[in-house]
Design a protein around this ligand. Structure first.
Ligand code: HEM
Length: 210
């Protein structure tokens, strides 16, 4: 009996996945609920619109980086359960990007879609934001297992766009700030670290395209 207990791991693989996914759901949803609660109740300081756009944008970028950190971490520390939570993290990054876009369209442009079109044309950082959003939408739509099976090898090619996205978001951030560029530069650095872990794969991809 004691030896049986000693052999059994404290948490089974499925329990670890379940617990980690519960943690991701609770923290990602808590952050946005808290943000919009504070926005509605005028608790976000002098410029609540800026704060909401900032928090959802940074939240989306952080989640994208965390999603990309999963695979090197899981490989290094042999955490296969962590790999099974990668899609959920990516989908939350997309949810944050949706809230970022909706908050901008609603609070800053008052749903004036012709103004949004002219901003996309006029401001390069908005153009880049829109490109990233379209790519994230494509990845979110094709994320279910059914699409993975249907698309076969093309699925991985499609999802390699993550490597472009992680460079485009700091570009969007860099162009959106007027003076203090330190924060976007730190994000560029983190993006390059994530790409460095995939340098062999990226070199291979680039060789194929040449
Ligand atoms: C869908 C099209 C997008 C639009 C229209 C848009 C719009 C904006 C705007 C208006 C700002 C604030 C600029 C300022 O402070 O004056 C901003 C900042 C930012 N956006 Fe986006 N964005 C888009 C897509 C994205 C996406 C997909 C992400 C990443 C998931 C993202 C991440 C960020 C980040 C990290 C910032 C900097 C936060 C700050 O300090 O204000 N954006 N964006």
């Amino acid at each position: 009996m004691t030896t049986d207990l000693m052999k059994k791991p404290l948490l089974t693989m499925s329990r670890k996945i379940l617990l980690f996914k519960a943690f991701v759901h609770i923290s990602a949803l808590w952050i946005v609920i808290d943000l919009y609660y504070k926005a509605i109740n005028d608790l976000l300081g002098s410029d609540p619109v800026k704060e909401v756009i900032h928090s959802t944008g940074i939240g989306g970028l952080n989640l994208l980086l965390i999603t990309l950190a999963v695979s090197p971490l899981a490989k290094k520390f042999k955490l296969s359960w962590l790999m099974r939570s990668r899609r959920l993290l990516g989908l939350y990054a997309f949810l944050y990007a949706c809230l970022h876009l909706v908050s901008y369209a609603a609070f800053e442009l008052q749903w004036d879609l012709s103004l949004l079109t002219s901003e996309i044309i006029k401001r390069p950082y908005i153009t880049v934001g829109m490109v990233v959003f379209s790519l994230l939408l494509m990845l979110a739509v094709t994320s279910p297992d059914y699409c993975k099976r249907k698309l076969g090898k093309r699925w991985q090619k499609l999802h390699n766009y993550n490597y472009l996205i992680i460079l485009l978001v700091p570009t969007h951030f860099y162009w959106s700030v007027k003076s203090d560029v330190l924060e976007p530069l730190i994000y560029f650095f983190m993006a390059f670290v994530m790409l460095y872990f995939r340098r062999d794969k990226i070199k291979q991809m680039l060789r194929k395209t040449n």
